[in-house]
Write a protein that binds this ligand. Structure first.
Ligand SMILES: *[C@@H]1O[C@H](CO)[C@@H](O)[C@H](O)[C@H]1NC(C)=O
Ligand SMILES: *[C@@H]1O[C@H](CO)[C@@H](O)[C@H](O)[C@H]1NC(C)=O
Length: 217
């Protein structure tokens, strides 16, 4: 009887804990930037964790984009930002992506991601070593507005996006989501929920076909 009582108490505690936990800890919507059309159940799901200022993330993107476009009817992709602590301005550039995603459409988000990949050298190392956080943020705002095309109309919206705590939280959730999934470097890929070997290094087109072909057969 005492055992039963103990069990109920701990179950009660667990239930209470489970009920309270969502109030403090879950994001309002799941994290991620879905590439192209909305998801369908039957497709192979690729989840990619990228750091916008990570050279290996940059190098892995063209081949991933190629296979996702080539097999668009069978494969879907979601990208999560995962700013690494040892990359300068990884969090701020990730935040710019979350701001853009809220402000614009998904193609603008991917366009900005590609722009960061192409111009990473502006955001780390010597380029920002002597610059204050305010100056670097201004540069990221300029860069983002320019990438979105009509710099004058989006500039102020992007600037205020950096003052909006919601975009800070969205970027934190993305990072925490990666932590929960066991991500420890970038690029980091999951296929149908399972991690790929060689995490943290780019996969070329041939490598992706080797992974996907057996699943698409
Ligand atoms: C999405 O945003 C881009 C960049 O501003 C714009 O050029 C494009 O027309 C938009 N596409 C849609 C479908 O709204
Ligand atoms: C940073 O500023 C200091 C002092 O002005 C200068 O000596 C140094 O070379 C600068 N470093 C870089 C990487 O620009």
């Amino acid at each position: 009887m005492s055992f039963k009582k103990l069990k109920c108490t701990s179950l009660g505690f667990v239930t209470l804990w489970c009920l309270l936990w969502p109030i403090v800890s879950q994001p309002a919507v799941p994290d991620g930037f879905w590439y192209g059309e909305t998801a369908e159940e039957e497709k192979v799901l690729i989840e990619a964790f990228f750091d916008p200022v990570c050279p290996d993330s940059r190098d892995s993107w063209p081949s991933l984009k190629q296979v996702v476009q080539e097999f668009a009817s069978r494969v879907r992709l979601v990208v999560h930002t995962f700013p690494l602590p040892y990359h300068d301005n990884a969090f701020a550039t990730s935040r710019a992506l979350h701001i853009t995603n809220k402000l614009k459409n998904i193609s603008a988000t991917y366009h900005l991601l590609e722009a960061f990949f192409h111009h990473q050298e502006q955001f780390y190392g010597k380029a920002t070593f002597n610059k204050s956080k305010a100056i670097v943020t201004d540069h990221i705002v300029e860069f983002t507005a320019k990438a979105l095309g009509s710099s004058s109309s989006y500039h102020s919206a992007i600037k205020s996006g950096f003052k909006d705590t919601n975009t800070d939280h969205a970027t934190r959730y993305a990072f925490k989501y990666g932590c929960i999934r066991g991500v420890y470097g970038t690029p980091f890929f999951f296929v149908n929920g399972f991690p790929l070997a060689d995490a943290g290094s780019p996969l070329n087109y041939k490598g992706w076909r080797k992974v996907l072909d057996p699943l698409l057969r």
